[in-house]
Design a protein around this ligand. Structure first.
Ligand SMILES: [Zn+2]
Length: 324
């Protein structure tokens, strides 16, 4: 059983659902078939992935579309043993296309509200700002979301990292913290360790998403270990986006050896070749992780989740029982 802490709901759009929603909404996709679309999923870097990712979002128009997207993810997540999912969404990617924020939030929230009973999964929703958009756009998005903050557990920062340091978003993170939200940010994926420092010191984040490039900075590693800042590492994503050339060279074991609170996650599973269990299986095999290490990784994801302590303890007990 797993927690999924780094998962973009838009990145769970499988070709089958993309075509079904395109048909429902009268949207023409620039691919003749699902197979042709599948073949388009061969990226060379973060930007080439993002280009396809944003192109496919055109099929998401109505509240039902967002509901169906989230419900399909939750069903797959449960089949992979996920018990708790903290889910990113990118409001600006939808509002920029003329889809109202309330449509996005209501659709996702309807699926998430039903998830404990329907799929046996608890969830949190994390609203991400697109870092390649302006700080003003992030602020406007946050203000537009204010009436819905009871549905949102945290804010995050994603999309093209290089050239868009966390410090650009100081103000909106201050507002989010004042509003009682948790804070996370993608940092140290393609960007340098300096971005991880900024996320910690300027944005005051509770978790770092990715953070693999932290390993280039000894002082940063010591800080992350001392403060037990959770890092939501996404191994298959790192390989597909060429952050790491080969899974066998992934720094995950070195990160664990350094005492970092590392978790394993799927990022954009429809695009990167796998959901939670696929990522665990892949790192287990490629990095020859033993059972004790796999248990540590599973426990870490529960320790890093945005849960009240009673719920966290309940899950950790279940995990211990599950793993014998
Ligand atoms: Zn991500």
């Amino acid at each position: 059983m797993y927690k999924s802490l780094h998962l973009h709901i838009e990145g769970t759009l499988e070709p089958e659902l993309a075509f079904a929603l395109a048909e429902r909404n009268g949207v023409t996709l620039p691919y003749a078939s699902r197979d042709e679309l599948r073949r388009a999923y061969s990226f060379t870097d973060l930007q080439s992935f993002l280009n396809l990712y944003y192109a496919l979002m055109a099929v998401l128009r109505t509240e039902d579309d967002f509901h169906d997207l989230a419900d399909a993810y939750l069903a797959r997540a449960r089949a992979q043993g996920v018990r708790h999912a903290e889910i990113f969404f990118d409001p600006q990617a939808h509002t920029a296309r003329g889809v109202p924020l309330v449509t996005v939030i209501n659709g996702l929230a309807r699926a998430l509200d039903a998830a404990p009973e329907r799929h046996g999964i608890t969830t949190r929703l994390i609203m991400c700002f697109l870092r390649d958009e302006s700080a003003e756009s992030a602020l406007a998005t946050f203000e537009a979301a204010r009436p819905h903050l009871d549905r949102i557990a945290a804010v995050g920062l994603d999309s093209a990292e290089v050239g868009h340091p966390p410090s650009k978003f100081r103000e909106v993170y201050e507002l989010a913290r004042e509003a009682g939200l948790k804070c996370v940010a993608h940092a140290g994926e393609e960007g340098p360790p300096a971005y991880v420092w900024e996320a910690l010191d300027i944005l005051g984040v509770d978790r770092i998403d990715h953070g693999v490039r932290s390993m280039e900075d000894e002082r940063l590693v010591a800080r992350l270990a001392a403060e037990q800042v959770p890092l939501t590492v996404c191994p298959l994503s790192n390989v597909r986006l060429r952050v790491i050339d080969d899974l066998a060279d992934h720094p995950l074991p070195a990160m664990l050896d350094a005492g970092l609170l590392v978790t394993v996650n799927s990022d954009d599973p429809a695009y990167f070749g796998g959901y939670a269990d696929d990522n665990f299986t892949a790192v287990r095999d490629a990095l020859h992780l033993d059972d004790a290490t796999l248990r540590t990784l599973a426990r870490n994801s529960f320790r890093a989740a945005f849960l009240d302590e009673a719920t966290r303890e309940k899950y950790l007990k279940e995990l211990d029982a599950h793993q014998g």
